[in-house]
Design a protein around this ligand. Structure first.
Ligand SMILES: Cc1cc2nc3c(=O)[nH]c(=O)nc-3n(C[C@H](O)[C@H](O)[C@H](O)COP(=O)(O)OP(=O)(O)OC[C@H]3O[C@@H](n4cnc5c(N)ncnc54)[C@H](O)[C@@H]3O)c2cc1C
Length: 400
């Protein structure tokens, strides 16, 4: 056997099939013609772009992990990474709104719903008519999710939900207008967690405050939501009562993976900007990319970006949508990619000097956006805790 035939040189981890490659090109074209022109203004105005979101539905991106026969695109975790990476290279705030809808709401809903529920709620969630979100965090509880205080009590054929949720991406669409549909976690007895679909017109549901003046991801609408004797039919419950902790755990894996993908998009764009700038900008009679300290920013950024990218795509390759068991690596790649994205954006600003510190060169915005990935979907401390726990429990398997 020749050395060549034994090698994996033909395998492309980032575009494993022609369909993945075509998806990447399609999303990239959409990003350059539609997302990029509005990115700076949406950030400045803190505005979620509802029309642009609708176009994601036309491109079949909103149900990217939902099977074809259910109306989705029938793709895998790698495709979800591709879409988030490409959009985030231009507008991470918009990518976050896409993630909240397609991963936190649609994917989670599809995995845990029955046929009747899918027939009721999927079509408008896939075509872009509805914008959805997922409600886990509360004003007093984030990392310590079992401490949530929102409760759902059974009352005949209904449940009555009481509580407040906070930090909900797509919680609102514009001032005074809530998102359309939510997957809401609430306690149903002791520490047992159940999940419910709550549509915006349910009695007792209302939009609380817009969480404005965010550091970054300003083109997504983050809100508090209020549930005050909110009545939902028992048929809005997903799965069996008390079983949703498992739904949450499985969905957190794809959430963390696609958040890591957002950091990849941020880092790639920052690298493009700093490499170009360093070859054009001159100081002391030569391009600044001749200086060792500038080379260090570029070289370190590239190597860390490439490592995070390989880790994220390899984790995606191994992930089965809807299954648990991959937490150590979904946490691991978000832990690494989040810090990498922030560091690369910081390096880009440094390479650009004063020009990096203002909006025109984009890296200033990406630097602000990059920080979110260290907090949302689990803080980096939560990932460190989970990884230590998983390695301690399964050391022989994970560190073979
Ligand atoms: C822009 C944005 C969008 C978001 N979108 C959503 C959404 O759509 N849906 C949703 O449900 N939530 C959303 N969140 C909430 C996000 O998931 C939480 O902010 C996150 O889980 C952290 O929770 P917390 O903010 O309550 O911080 P806390 O949990 O109070 O943590 C505060 C600090 O304490 C540390 N800490 C806590 N426990 C431990 C521990 N055991 N060991 C070590 N350190 C610890 C944390 O790491 C952190 O540094 C969003 C947040 C932001 C900022």
């Amino acid at each position: 056997m020749s050395a060549d035939s034994q090698s994996d040189h033909g395998f492309d981890l980032f575009n494993p099939t022609e369909e993945h490659d075509a998806l990447r090109r399609m999303v990239r074209d959409f990003v350059s013609s539609e997302v990029e022109p509005q990115a700076m203004a949406s950030d400045r105005e803190e505005k979620f772009n509802r029309e642009l979101f609708r176009q994601l539905g036309e491109l079949d991106l909103l149900g990217i992990t939902v099977p074809d026969e259910a109306g989705g695109a029938g793709f895998d975790a790698t495709a979800a990474v591709i879409a988030h990476e490409e959009i985030s290279a231009s507008d991470p705030g918009f990518a976050l709104a896409y993630l909240a809808h397609s991963m936190l709401f649609v994917n989670n809903f599809y995995q845990n719903s029955n046929d009747e529920q899918r027939a009721r709620w999927l079509p408008k969630s896939l075509n872009g008519d509805w914008v959805g979100g997922m409600c886990m965090s509360e004003p007093g509880v984030g990392t310590d999710v079992l401490g949530m205080t929102t409760k759902a009590e059974r009352d005949g054929d209904n449940y009555i939900i009481n509580g407040r949720k906070m930090w909900i991406t797509n919680g609102g669409l514009e001032a005074g207008v809530s998102g359309d549909i939510f997957l809401v976690y609430a306690k149903t007895g002791g520490n047992r967690i159940s999940s419910f679909i709550v549509e915006k017109d349910r009695p007792g549901f209302s939009l609380g405050e817009k969480i404005g003046d965010k550091l970054g991801c300003r083109s997504s609408f983050t809100a508090g939501l209020v549930f005050e004797d909110c009545v939902v039919p028992a048929s809005n419950r997903l799965g069996e009562e008390g079983d949703s902790m498992m739904h949450m755990m499985a969905n957190l894996e794809i959430e963390r993976l696609t958040l890591a993908a957002m950091s990849l998009g941020i880092a790639k764009r920052c690298l493009q900007v700093m490499v170009r700038y360093a070859s054009e900008r001159e100081a002391f009679g030569q391009p600044i990319n001749r200086f060792g300290q500038i080379q260090r920013y570029i070289g370190e950024s590239y190597a860390k970006y490439a490592a995070a990218r390989a880790y994220t795509y390899n984790t995606a390759r191994m992930m089965s949508i809807g299954a648990t068991g991959g937490r150590v690596d979904s946490d691991g790649c978000k832990l690494f990619a989040a810090q990498m994205g922030k560091e690369v954006a910081d390096n880009a600003i440094q390479v650009l000097g004063g020009f990096g510190y203002v909006g025109e060169y984009v890296v200033e915005r990406l630097w602000r956006d990059a920080k979110l990935i260290e907090i949302g979907g689990g803080t980096i401390e939560a990932h460190q805790k989970n990884i230590t726990k998983d390695l301690t429990r399964s050391m022989e398997e994970l560190l073979d």
